[in-house]
Ligand binder design. Structure first.
Ligand code: HEC
Length: 211
């Protein structure tokens, strides 16, 4: 929202600048002023590799993009208690904000029948790698991007452990995280309406999946 507003403001300023620089005879000619828009408004600069790297932080289901680092659920428990439990509950089930922990009996997928069933990491998310991606980019909401990569691995391990998806002592890192099979892994299908086909790694069905 804020970014969109800023962009609109820049666009508006650019147009004002362009109108002011149109020579007098052009302004009185019949050609619409918009046709004389310059190829560049002379604002901004090309993004550097560093600019792009800072925002290019998405993690793919096959683990592409995962940084170095490794941690277990025991490393994550104290971080969770300090930085997450106030909003997500002591065990990830109590809220007041989104419930993160819990499985559906038999790992069914009954959300269409009963939308009140909580969508948790264990009951709904198809990819374990998204847990890392989401926490790193968005949590805690008061300080997104503030967690170190090892802390994100630790929190990811802890939440996967609380969802009974990995053993307590499992080390979670760039190699092991993509191998964690989520119960809802095959509940998502590619979007039948088509569209751009993302490059999918071998063995991954990719495309159209939710988180
Ligand atoms: C100030 C309250 C607050 C704190 C602290 C907080 N969260 Fe959240 N969290 C939220 C809210 C609100 C959402 C829902 C955001 C949305 O849907 O846009 C959320 C969403 C999430 C989700 C996605 C849930 C889903 O299924 O969509 C995860 C995972 C998560 N938080 C993990 C964490 C972790 C890990 C921490 C600690 C580092 C943390 N959160 C700290 C409020 C908080």
């Amino acid at each position: 929202m804020i970014a969109t507003r800023a962009l609109m403001l820049v666009a508006t300023l650019g147009l004002i600048g362009a109108a002011a620089s149109v020579p007098a005879q052009t302004a009185t000619s019949k050609a619409p002023a918009a046709a004389k828009a310059p190829s560049t408004f002379g604002i901004g600069r090309p993004a550097t590799a560093e600019d792009i790297a800072r925002v290019n932080i998405d993690i793919h289901p096959d683990g592409t993009g995962l940084p170095a680092g490794s941690a277990t659920s025991a490393d994550g428990a104290p971080i969770y208690a300090a930085k997450c439990a106030s909003c997500h509950g002591k065990t990830g089930k109590e809220g007041p904000n989104d419930r993160l922990v819990g499985r559906v009996p038999g790992d069914g997928f009954p959300f269409a029948r009963d939308p009140r069933i909580p969508h948790t990491i264990g009951s709904y998310w198809p990819y374990a790698t998204t847990v890392f991606d989401y926490i790193r980019r968005a949590m805690p909401p008061t300080e997104p991007g503030s967690l170190r990569d090892t802390d994100v691995y630790a929190l990811t391990a802890y939440l996967l452990f609380l969802n009974d998806l990995i053993p307590a002592d499992a080390a979670i890192d760039a190699t092991s995280l993509p191998k964690v099979k989520m119960p809802s892994r095959d509940r998502f299908v590619p979007d039948p309406r088509g569209g751009p086909t993302p490059a999918t790694p071998k063995g991954s069905r990719g495309g159209g999946a939710g988180r």
